[in-house]
Design a protein around this ligand. Sequence first.
Ligand code: DGL
Length: 290
Amino acid sequence: MNSSSILYPESFSEEPSRARIGIFDSGVGGLTVLRELYRQLPSESILYFGDTARLPYGTRTPGEILQFVREILTWMVQQGVKMVIMACNTSSALALEAVRSEFSVPILGVILPGARAAVERGRRIGVIATPATAASNAYRRAILEMDPAVAVWQVGCPTFVPLIEQGRIDDPYTCEVAREYLAPLLQQQIDTLIYGCTHYPLLGPVLRSIVPDSVRLVDPAVHVVAAAARELELLGLRNTRSPLPTRFGVSGSPQQFAQLSVQWLGHTPTVEKVSLPAALCGPVPLESGE
Ligand code: DGL
């Protein structure tokens, strides 16, 4: 593992289809999107970034999240990516609309593909998400715009991301917390449950043991990657050559990220420390609540 080197930009100006797809999250949650990319788009090359120095995003203000996303996108564009997938619901809910007009690279978020998949399947939809995503109402709005007759309940789950980032998936306490978060949704007899945070599919076995089999689980990662495949096709940007090895970068400890992610990747990744452009952990100029 090399924690001190810098990720150098790669140039594919002659062959833009060979450039990487950039994906980012606050931490290991984006690995659920990465594994879908490996499954659905195996010939694409990926640049993964985890903003581990500043997680969790779910208890940050909207202004902070927007600032972080701008920094990450600036860096990803410098690295020469051909597309960015926000592998983070909180960023998609709070920042996607604003940054789409600020950057020329195509940017995809997880909320709309997740909402669409849920509406196609259910009439009583539950959403588990970070407090910031739940408070933004992004899922409720998206779902009701697609079908106003559907009922939606959202629950903010502040403890899940810290537990997952501490590797406490099999801890009985995690199961106890999950029961508490899911209780109000099960009481409403939901028929569909959206993983409204990319970390949550990593809790799949725990959640499945609590939720009745009749409830469909919707993982937006599956659907955002399908949308990315269509978009790449439309733009003529599908890579037809062999993919490059995935590059992993984090703002926090590369060793910690590598150790935690091995259980989902199946190998220990090489992870590099990244200093994002602009004040990495400095004061945030934007006010909350906009
Ligand atoms: N995994 C991200 C999401 O989907 C961020 C979670 C967090 O850092 O709170 O929202």
